[in-house]
Design a protein around this ligand. Structure first.
Ligand code: PGA
Length: 244
């Protein structure tokens, strides 16, 4: 399985800036065929970015940062998975900022199902709020998130371990901490669902720490926030994940 590096642009950039950065990410993907590269621009920019990037390498993908747990109806401001089909291939689900500001923890499993039913790949984010060596509470949360999914569904998901205390703080989890948590979560998936899904790491990844994190073999890639807003940093992080 190829490693995957995702750039989560959050609520940043103008359309012009987003188009330039998307071109840069596309060139990164072209130069690094050994990994997959995904970018998640703001929703209203997705179609024009897709149109502007007419010739994309096969390892380059677009993602949505959000999706509704419902298929259609009176949900002002939301976007349905079916409306994203044909525009993106991946969808971020359960990001800690969506959980915090939009109270989405309750709907993560419904959102995952919507994305899977629409034929796309959910990137399911999970992680503890406070630094804590005890993995049990985190597993309990994850269990709720994947409730009702069978092993076939799990195999179609990508997961992203993002300790909340590491997101946007400049303090990344150490490689040994990441190794411990991700291995424990993979064990749980193997025991409970007989599957070994891809688990990315996210939280203050930058060009200086990417090599160390990429060296953690159980990690299948990266979910990058702040550092994905600079083409050069994102390219450098992608190179790290391509070389280990
Ligand atoms: P960060 O964000 O890289 O800026 O910490 C990661 C994320 O929110 O996915």
């Amino acid at each position: 399985m190829k490693r995957l590096v995702v750039g989560n642009w959050k609520m940043n950039l103008s359309l012009g800036e987003a188009q330039l950065l998307a071109h840069a990410a596309c060139r990164t993907a072209e130069r690094l065929p050994q990994i997959d590269v995904v970018i998640a621009p703001s929703l209203p920019f997705l179609i024009s970015i897709k149109d502007a990037l007419r010739f994309t390498p096969p390892n380059f993908y677009l993602a949505s940062q959000a999706v509704s747990p419902y298929s259609k109806g009176a949900y002002t401001g939301d976007v349905a998975a079916g409306q994203l089909t044909g525009v993106v291939s991946h969808v971020l689900v359960g990001h800690s900022e969506r959980r915090r500001y939009h109270h989405e923890s309750e709907t993560v499993s419904a959102q995952i199902k919507q994305v899977l039913d629409a034929g796309m790949t959910p990137i399911v984010c999970f992680g503890e709020a406070k630094r804590n060596a005890n993995v049990s509470p985190l597993l309990a949360d994850l269990k709720r998130d994947v409730h009702g999914l069978d092993s076939q569904a799990i195999a179609r998901c990508v997961f992203a371990y993002e300790p909340v205390w590491a997101i946007g703080t400049g303090v990344n989890a150490t490689p040994s901490y990441i190794q411990t948590v991700v291995s424990r979560v993979l064990e749980w998936f193997q025991t409970e669902l007989q599957e070994t899904p891809m688990i990315l790491y996210g939280g203050s990844i930058n060009e200086d720490n990417a090599d160390q994190i990429a060296a953690v073999k159980v990690v299948s890639g990266a979910l990058v926030g702040g550092a994905s807003l600079q083409g050069k940093s994102f390219d450098s992080i992608c190179r790290s994940f391509a070389s280990f």
